[in-house]
Each structure stands twice: as C-alpha cells, then as structure tokens.
Design a protein around this ligand. Sequence first.
Ligand SMILES: Nc1ncnc2c1ncn2[C@@H]1O[C@H](COP(=O)(O)OP(=O)(O)O)[C@@H](O)[C@H]1O
Ligand SMILES: [Mg+2]
Length: 331
Amino acid sequence: MYALLADATCPRRPLNLDVTTPDGWLPEAVDQAPGRGLPVQVPSDDRYVVERFVGEGGGGHVWLAWDRRACRPVALKCLHVRYHDDAVARARFTQEAALTSALVHAGVVRVYDSGLLTDGTPFYAQRFVEGRSLADALNDRAERGAVGVAFDLLHRFARLCWTVAYAHEQGVVHLDIKPSNIVLDHGRGVYLVDWGIARRLADPAPQAASLYGTLGYMAPECLRQGTGAGTPAADVYGLGITLYEILTGQRPFQARNELMYAVKACHEVAPDPRTMAPGVPDALAQLCNLALKTEPEARALTAAGMGEAIEAWLTGREGQRGGGRVTRHRR
Ligand SMILES: Nc1ncnc2c1ncn2[C@@H]1O[C@H](COP(=O)(O)OP(=O)(O)O)[C@@H](O)[C@H]1O
Ligand SMILES: [Mg+2]
C-alpha cells in the first residue's frame, strides 16, 4: 500500500510557477509576501508543489501547497531561510512539529508530515485551513469602523478557550496566543496555530534569560523572568489581551518603544475595556480585567473558566434576543 502511494502522484491545476529567476527567487512571491518586503525564497520539492504564499511570522513562512502523493492541499510551514544554519532554531522547529502532532483536538490543525524538502528546507505539512487569521478579521472590522461586540467572534473565542484548556490538560502551554496565531475558517471553526514557543511543563524550563513571544501579548511574568516563567496563567493573559482586542479594537497598553511597553505592562493596571469602548458588557469587561492581572497568582481564572464564562454570557444574551439555543463546543 505504501509503495503504491509513494509512486502515485496526482497533479492539480496547472501551476503558474514557471517564472523563477535564475537564482531561484520567485518575483510573485516577493509581491505576495506582506510585512518587511523581504524577498521570500520559494521552497521546492518533488512531493509538495507550492501554489501561493499564505503568511509569515517570526519563525517561518506558510505556503499553500499541493501534496501530489496524498492528493490534497496542505499548509506547508517552512523554517525561515535566515535560520537554516541555526541549530537551535532548527531543533525548535522540529519540536514545534512534534508538539503540534501530539495535540489531537478539533482546534489544533492536524500535522500530516514533517522533515526536509528536496531543497533541504525544514518543513512540516499540516491541514490547510481555508479562511483568514483573527488579526485580518479584526483589521477588516476596524477599517469598516465596525468595532463592537461581535457574537460570531465571541463564539469562536469560547472555542479557542476550550482548545487552550485541552493543551493545559495535556501539560502544554502555548505562550504566543495572539490574533495572528488564530485562524478562522469560513464556518464557525477556529484553530490555534504556531506552537513554535510552546513547551511541555514537565520539560526543563528554557534558560532564564531567553525571551520569546510577542511583546504586546506577553504576560508580565515572562517579560520579567523570561519565557521559562510561562505557565497556564501566561496563556490566560494572552487570551485576555485577545478578548480585549475583540471587544475594543485595541490592546490595553500603548507605548513609544519596547522598553516603555514592557515597563507599562509589568507595572500598570490594564485600563478597563469599558473606558476604551463604552458598549463593552460588564461581564466581559470583568473577565478581561481578571485575565490581565499583572501577577499570575491574581489571575483567578483558567482557560476553561474563560470559555465557560463567555458561553454563559452568550447563552444569556441569545436567550434575551430570542436567538434560540447556543450549542456547547467543549471539544
Ligand atoms: N494550517 C494553516 N492553514 C491556513 N493558514 C495558516 C495555517 N497555519 C498558519 N497559517 C497562516 O500563516 C501565518 C503564519 O503562520 P505561523 O505558524 O504563525 O508562522 P510563524 O511561526 O512564522 O509566526 C498565520 O498567521 C496564519 O495566517
Ligand atoms: Mg505566528
């Protein structure tokens, strides 16, 4: 069976990828790549045929590719070319693939395959989610001036909480929860991606000085003591900032530079979301306030508790609006 599969290939629609420059750089991909405007090297492989650029973050590039052996589209995540010679980054990337594979949950995309592409690029192939990131959805809403309580996003946020709660039950913390790591499909699905700095709590903590993550979402204890201080409470903080952004269209702290941001986030109480957007319901504002306590011990809330609270609020509101039953999506 395996031999048959290995030999079989199934080409999809003709690929518009015959415009590679002599040094292997693809002009279209450069145009498609958002952000820094850096050229993006298109990976090449016998099995995975890259179709288009999907997104990037600090560690890698994600491409939509066609798996010619399994005959399905995949999200091909490749280690950023600048880390190809970095042993620590390569090991971390391998661990990301392994950790993601170990999490079997509706809110975590399934990993199909991992290794090195024909051109030597470290990769893992995962289920491709047709949709967009929560960051894109929030930007779109802001551009349309439609910031406010959005029931669909709150339903999805509750489901995200269940996914995080599942990871915590498995002894895994994500430590980089933020809208660009949350992918929404065209239905009601929500996926937490990028387990790149996640770790098992049972593993030795990284060196005290190491600091990974995204400043605007990082819990104060991680800013102060490094990523190793990240426990489930740090994920609750990331969920809190994300909820805050869903409700108000902005994050609680603004600062002119990274240092000033870190000082604020570590020492100031997050402004109540109702002061940023007056329509925010009391129950949801209180949830944010609890999740954003500066000290992790004061965040008397779990990811599961957050999910419960959001669902309870939605049930009450939808009951009032005659919206009928709210389905519980535990896992
Ligand atoms: N399985 C997937 N399906 C669809 N889009 C995805 C998938 N995984 C990631 N993405 C998109 O690619 C972007 C970058 O992926 P991510 O894993 O966060 O990379 P990085 O580690 O570089 O931050 C995400 O913001 C998301 O929009
Ligand atoms: Mg990311």
